[in-house]
Design a binder for this molecule. Structure first.
Ligand code: ACO
Length: 318
């Protein structure tokens, strides 16, 4: 049996930082409120003209470097983003051109904060069936472009960043299973209700019913983690690390509590960069791989939840 295995990780955060104290000067909020309600202390924001693909390119090159693969040898790109550079060509194709790898499939997946989980699940299938051998899976966002900086309910949460992994075929276990879900009945609770076909609104911005998103996210992420463990006949003790979507520390704590998982087994980076949507899981994974917490052979559970709602998880033998 052939698995797809993560052979390299990379990430990138843009240089410009907005702290909670900076936000105090922009909207009616406090550092204390933001820290206690979200766990976020600072967020990185793309410079003028710096795009989602610009961030992705740095993360991708770092992941390829870690995997020891030349950019020109990539034969498959799955790119999760809600903030594409252009209507088309898609971000996968734009990244392909930057890397100089030609001919393989390159596409983007638009499932908000679950974008990386969807892209990973799709790429995993292609690697396992032999149709991709050096796949790049990306999550990259410039959410600052669709954040309403005058709305304290959302401006304190969202930010920019990118993460990437390289998948290659392997006889040793790698990705053990992936699980994707969506429920469109919740479409209005978290959205950016503007677009090409419907017509662009004068102000392109995220709107969110924070309380309701919070409650459903905790339920669905809990179910998703339980589903993933059950599908593999495992219980939570088998897990070395939970690598959750870095949306809000209280959502992460609630998910861990529901699973009775100690916070020492949870990778947390939200404090440093806020909610970077599709970039969040590969960013957190890369940080923990590079600082030595995540090591080869460990069992990881990745999960994310986002607008739509869309959500997904993956069990990974790293
Ligand atoms: N600063 C100060 N006060 C604020 C702020 C702010 N930035 N934002 C809201 N408030 C006020 C509200 O106006 C309200 O005041 P009131 O009681 O006088 O009416 C009070 O704080 C409480 O507001 P709530 O919305 O009930 O606050 P809550 O504890 O629910 O926290 C939050 C809000 C942080 C948005 C929370 O609901 C949340 O985390 N939701 C999940 C949202 C999320 O993570 N979305 C990301 C995308 S989905 C995902 O990635 C999982």
């Amino acid at each position: 049996m052939i698995y797809s295995r993560i052979t390299g990780t990379g990430s990138y955060l843009p240089e410009k930082v907005i702290t909670n104290f900076d936000l105090e000067k922009m909207v009616d909020t406090t550092d204390e409120w933001i820290r206690t309600r979200t766990g976020i202390e600072r967020r990185h924001i793309a410079a003028d003209g710096q795009t989602t693909v610009d961030l992705a390119e740095v993360a991708a090159r770092r992941a390829l470097d870690a995997a020891g693969i030349a950019p020109t040898d990539v034969d498959y790109i799955a790119f999760g983003t809600t903030t594409p550079d252009l209507v088309f060509p898609n971000c996968g194709v734009l990244l392909q051109q930057r890397l100089g790898c030609r001919g393989g499939p390159a596409f983007s997946v638009e499932t908000a904060c679950a974008g990386f989980m969807y892209a990973l699940s799709i790429a995993d299938k292609y690697v396992r069936c032999g149709e991709a051998r050096r796949a790049l899976v990306i999550g990259s966002e410039t959410l600052s472009r669709i954040t309403d900086w005058s709305d304290r309910g959302t401006a304190v949460l969202f930010a920019d960043g990118a993460g990437a992994v390289v998948l290659e075929p392997s006889e040793a276990p790698g990705i053990l299973s992936t699980h994707l879900h969506a429920d469109g009945q919740y479409k209005d609770l978290l959205c950016c209700a503007s677009g090409v076909s419907k017509g662009f609104a004068p102000k392109l911005k995220i709107t969110m019913s924070g309380n309701e998103v919070f409650k459903i996210a905790v339920i669905k992420l809990g179910e998703s983690v339980e589903e993933t463990l059950a599908a593999n006949g495992l219980n939570k003790e088998a897990l070395d690390w939970l690598v959750p979507h870095q949306a809000n520390i209280r959502i992460i704590q609630a998910t861990a509590r529901r699973l009775d998982l100690p916070m020492e087994k949870v990778i947390l980076t939200v404090k440093e960069h806020g909610n970077t949507s599709a970039a969040s899981v590969p960013l957190a994974l890369d940080v923990a791989v590079r600082d030595g917490r995540i090591t080869r052979g460990q069992l990881l559970l990745l999960e994310a939840f986002g607008g739509g709602f869309t959500w997904g998880s993956a069990l990974v033998r790293y």
